[in-house]
Design a protein around this ligand. Structure first.
Ligand SMILES: *[C@@H]1O[C@H](CO)[C@@H](O)[C@H](O)[C@H]1NC(C)=O
Ligand SMILES: *[C@@H]1O[C@H](CO)[C@@H](O)[C@H](O)[C@H]1NC(C)=O
Ligand SMILES: *[C@@H]1O[C@H](CO)[C@@H](O)[C@H](O)[C@H]1NC(C)=O
Ligand SMILES: *[C@@H]1O[C@H](CO)[C@@H](O)[C@H](O)[C@H]1NC(C)=O
Ligand SMILES: *[C@@H]1O[C@H](CO)[C@@H](O)[C@H](O)[C@H]1NC(C)=O
Ligand SMILES: *[C@@H]1O[C@H](CO)[C@@H](O)[C@H](O)[C@H]1NC(C)=O
Ligand SMILES: *[C@@H]1O[C@H](CO)[C@@H](O)[C@H](O)[C@H]1NC(C)=O
Ligand SMILES: *[C@@H]1O[C@H](CO)[C@@H](O)[C@H](O)[C@H]1NC(C)=O
Ligand SMILES: *[C@@H]1O[C@H](CO)[C@@H](O)[C@H](O)[C@H]1NC(C)=O
Ligand SMILES: *[C@@H]1O[C@H](CO)[C@@H](O)[C@H](O)[C@H]1NC(C)=O
Length: 876
């Protein structure tokens, strides 16, 4: 079995997370600090936080602030401290030490950090929780009374689409203005161009085009820091004509560029910090000669489409401290000139197409604290010089075709190492008494040969937060001491090994961690499970040999935050415990392929966030509970291969988001409800095969225009196949076999261009088999067998009027209706049965869909995480 793309994506994310965590931010922060010192020095004022101010503030400024507060919506009461006389001590206010005037108003919403751990679910939850700490409402012009204001930060709030107030252009002392991600919209007022003292400007939101306004930028002579993401694309022509020799900090991340890097950018002689990441830049990275960027120390070109090899001129930028080229398509070998960049502290080149040997010169980068060469085509052996980079905190060589075993000696000098990524490299062959010189917090050694014995050296690691040893050929039981190693761990992946005995128990000591996830699937873990840990976020135990009853959630934990519980493909028996209904944040519940019996607890309707409910292939019985209709975000419901009886409950019509419904192989009865077609308009797959449904196939089913597989086989359906079946334009597979359908096969079937598989056998269909268009390719006679009244191609039986080759005759007139009437008048269809069945290779789809789904959750989650990490990186 292949590790899914989901898993690969997860790896990449994990790697990024750990990289961020290990990041050598000291130098970067230092730079920011220096920049502020420079700024403060130049404009000659000193800020101090209100907390240690003892100056009572000016009354008119106090009133102005109160007026400003009145206009704001402050749900979480962030401005609770805004009472009393001394406004200098209020939250977010800074006064000048000398004059006592308010000079700083910092209302940036940092609460995202405090709340981060609550935001594990999907985007919606994230927004609602994060949203509560956002300020909104109106910006009162009373701010104009703060004429000494130097610093205004309203970023990361949500002003619900109001315009940026024009009067901000009159706060003429402003040095720093940050309106990033604050929910303003509309055009940007040209008055901002009046802020002639501005040194730092950050505007990042999806406003309209900013053209007019940017001309005014020409007046901003002192601008040294400019953050325009995501507008860069509109601003380029203007910046180009601007005399920006003073610009030291330029952030044009995520700005929808789709071009080569414009040449004028290489003329910005003062640049220290340049961030062009997450655009669509392509072509060569830098020109062959680079004269002006001599001050550059921070260069981020990650996540673009650069696709040539690295030019030597890049290696003349010997002030570079930070270089990130991750996630491009850069080719060729790594030049020896790399060794010139001796100031480099962070070098990220992962996810590119580099090839050849890792140059020995890498050993000259003695300051390196972080090196990421993962997911490239580096081959040969790892140069010994690399192992002498003793400052390394993070080293990632994963996913390269490198050769050679790694031994104890290699790591002897890496005493600082905290992150080690060796995934997919050949083998780690260390002695059983190895005591590594480092304490790792992140270990990625998946798909590497580590076993068969459980690695003893892990015993020495006291600070492990993330451990991936999936597919690492480890057999046997997990030693008891591992409980100490994994105490408080946030990510553990032992999947795809041959581990036996009890699955590991890891006590959380850390309260709620933002990300806590155990992937223990596809091993040989056995025995009963005592308690279900609920203080983690995802638990994967599928494809093991676990038995006994489904464990109860650990109700002693204050909060059950489990989002994903996958216990499928085990030997659990007994019934589904009611206590599972207390897992009120559950999004994915998969208990399929076990030996569960009893009924589905009716409290299941309490799991309001459930998107995936898979209980297929068990021995559950009774009625399908009506309360399932409460799960109104449910997207996938599989109850197939059980012993459910009765009718499909009417309440399921409320599952408007349902895309996959499989009730096949049960003992359900009644007619197929018409509301499936009328209400469940998102359905992509509907499988009702092998039940006791009877009656006609409702015409309304043909409204399901997203349907790809439809399987109604092995029921007792009668009547005709609906004529409008041709409306199911996405249909890929159709199974109506083994019913009592009668009448002719509608000509509209030939409109189903995506149809790749069909089975109409063993019914009572009559008349000529239609032809034309796509049906011509479905020429296997077994599709139609067991219908004694059918004639024409591809059957051997010719039709009574003598035209054995229906294809030829119908081919002349493509109009489906006409041919339908042909039959009708030929009296070939006394049709009283209509049947419609679709089929999808359910299991196949089930698996891939499952992964796709997890991938989806994952990507949302990671987006949030990465955002937070990025913010943290700035604020650290
Ligand atoms: C603030 O000033 C008042 C007198 O104006 C004094 O009593 C008080 O101790 C001062 N507080 C601090 C923290 O310096
Ligand atoms: C402006 O605020 C955003 C979000 O709070 C932050 O990421 C960014 O670094 C700030 N810009 C500057 C130049 O400080
Ligand atoms: C501010 O900018 C606007 C528009 O650019 C301009 O009309 C106005 O004269 C400026 N005001 C001052 C005081 O410079
Ligand atoms: C650009 O600005 C620099 C100083 O910031 C000044 O020396 C130079 O003359 C200016 N050039 C033009 C063309 O305005
Ligand atoms: C970039 O531009 C090319 C050609 O102009 C276009 O085909 C492509 O779709 C664009 N890509 C994006 C992401 O806008
Ligand atoms: C870059 O600057 C040089 C002068 O130093 C000038 O001749 C050239 O036109 C500039 N290039 C661009 C693209 O602005
Ligand atoms: C490494 O890759 C290069 C080019 O991709 C190839 O020419 C060379 O033979 C490879 N070396 C080894 C040891 O596999
Ligand atoms: C591990 O390395 C030792 C030498 O250090 C060697 O004798 C042994 O064969 C290696 N084991 C494997 C499985 O390659
Ligand atoms: C497991 O690792 C081996 C190399 O050790 C690799 O060939 C294989 O593709 C990996 N399997 C999975 C499922 O990743
Ligand atoms: C049903 O589950 C059992 C394990 O309980 C498994 O062996 C069997 O293959 C599954 N059947 C299908 C059709 O998936």
């Amino acid at each position: 079995m292949q590790l899914s793309t989901y898993k690969k994506a997860k790896k990449i994310h994990l790697r990024r997370l750990s990289l961020l965590a290990c990041n050598n931010m000291i130098k970067f922060t230092l730079f920011i600090v220096l920049w502020f010192v420079f700024l403060a020095g130049r404009i000659g004022f000193s800020l101090h936080a209100g907390a240690y101010s003892n100056v009572s503030c000016f009354e008119n400024e106090r009133q102005a602030l109160l007026e400003f507060k009145k206009g704001l919506i402050d749900k979480s009461n962030r401005l609770a401290s805004w009472t009393g006389e001394d406004c200098c001590s209020w939250e977010g206010i800074g006064c000048s030490r000398n004059t006592g005037h308010v000079v700083k108003l910092d209302l940036r919403n940092n609460a995202i950090f405090d709340h981060a751990r609550w935001t594990f679910d999907d985007r919606q939850n994230y927004v609602s929780i994060y949203g509560e700490t956002c300020l909104g409402g109106q910006i009162s012009p009373s701010l104009l009374n703060l004429q000494r204001l130097h610093y205004l930060d309203l970023s990361s709030n949500y002003f619900a689409g109001i315009r940026i107030p024009t009067f901000l252009g009159s706060l003429k002392n402003l040095r720093y203005l940050n309106l990033s991600s604050a929910g303003f919209s509309g055009t940007i007022p040209p008055q901002l161009g009046n802020l002639s003292a501005l040194g730092s400007l950050s505007l990042g939101d999806k406003y309209g085009e900013a053209r007019d306004w940017l001309q005014a930028l020409n007046k901003l002579r002192f601008l040294s820091s400019l953050t325009l993401q995501p507008y860069g694309i509109y601003s380029f022509p203007h910046i180009a004509h601007h005399n920006f020799t003073s610009l030291t900090f330029l952030d044009l991340r995520d700005s929808e560029f789709n071009s080569t890097i414009p040449l004028w950018l290489f003329n910005l002689t003062s640049l220290v910090h340049l961030d062009l990441s997450s655009n669509n830049f392509f072509g060569p990275i830098v020109p062959h000669s680079l004269q002006h960027w001599t001050s550059l120390s921070y260069l981020d070109l990650s996540t673009n489409r650069f696709n040539t090899s690295l030019p030597d001129s890049l290696f003349t930028l010997n002030n570079l401290v930070y270089m990130d080229l991750t996630d491009n398509q850069i080719q060729g070998p790594l030049p020896f000139g790399l060794g010139n960049l001796t100031s480099l502290s962070v070098l990220r080149m992962g996810i590119n197409m580099f090839e050849g040997k890792i140059p020995r010169a890498i050993g000259q980068l003695r300051e390196l604290t972080e090196l990421d060469l993962s997911s490239n085509g580096f081959n040969g052996t790892i140069p010994s010089s690399l192992w002498r980079l003793s400052e390394l905190k993070s080293l990632d060589l994963s996913d390269n075709p490198l050769s050679g075993e790694l031994h104890d000696v290699h790591f002897a000098q890496l005493t600082q190492l905290k992150m080690l990524g060796l995934s997919s490299l050949l083998a780690l062959n260390v002695s059983s008494s190895w005591v590594p010189p480092f304490q790792l917090h992140t270990i990625d050694m998946s798909s590497m040969k580590i076993g068969p014995k459980f690695p003893l050296w892990l015993q020495t690691q006291k600070k492990v937060e993330s451990l991936d040893m999936s597919n690492a050929s480890i057999s046997g039981t997990i030693p008891d001491w591992f409980e100490r190693v994994c105490h408080g761990i946030t990510y553990l992946d032992f999947s795809y090994n041959h581990m036996m005995g009890k699955p590991p128990v890891c006590k959380g000591n850390s309260g709620l961690k933002y990300r806590t996830e155990f992937s223990l699937e596809s091993n040989e873990f056995e025995g009963p499970l005592q308690l279900l840990p609920t203080d983690i976020y995802r638990l994967h135990l599928q494809s093991n040999s676990l038995q006994g009853i489904i464990p109860h959630p650990d109700i002693n934990k204050t909060l059950a935050i489990l989002l994903t519980l996958d216990l499928s493909d085990n030997h659990f028996n007994g019934s589904i415990p009611d206590s599972l209904c207390s897992l009120q944040m559950l999004v994915v519940l998969d208990l399929s392929n076990n030996q569960l019996s009893g009924r589905i607890p009716s409290c299941i309707g309490k799991l309001k966030t459930l998107k995936v409910l898979h209980l297929g292939n068990n021995s559950l019985h009774g009625h399908i509970p009506i309360s399932l209709g409460h799960l109104n975000v449910l997207q996938s419901l599989h109850l197939n291969r059980n012993k459910f009886t009765g009718m499909v409950p009417f309440s399921l019509r409320y599952l408007k988001n349902l895309q996959y419904l499989n009730l096949g192989n049960n003992e359900l009865e009644g007619i197929i409800p018409a509301w499936i077609g009328d209400e469940l308009s998102s359905l992509r797959s509907l499988v009702l095969e092998s039940n006791n449904f009877h009656g006609e196939i409702s015409m309304s089913l043909c409204k399901l225009s997203s349907l790809q597989g439809l399987d109604l086989s092995r029921n007792h359906l009668s009547g005709r196949i609906p004529e409008n079946i041709g409306n199911l334009s996405q249909l890929e597979s159709l199974d109506l076999s083994k019913n009592d359908l009668s009448g002719p096969i509608p000509q509209s079937l030939s409109n189903l261009d995506s149809l790749g598989w069909m089975n109409l056998s063993f019914n009572k269909l009559t008349g000529r088999i239609p032809s034309g268009r796509h049906l011509q390719t479905l020429d296997d006679p077994t599709i139609y067998m067991g219908n004694s009244g059918l004639c024409g191609e591809p059957l051997d039986k010719s039709c009574p009027d003598g035209k054995s080759n229906a294809g030829e005759s119908d081919g002349d007139h493509e109009d489906g209706k006409e041919s339908y009437f042909d039959w009708f008048y030929a009296g070939l269809g006394p049709g009283f049965a209509v049947g419609l069945v679709g089929f999808l290779s359910v299991l196949c789809f089930q698996k891939s869909w499952r992964y796709a789904y997890f991938g989806f959750l994952e990507s949302l989650f990671n987006k949030v995480w990465v955002e937070i990490a990025l913010l943290k990186r700035k604020f650290n």
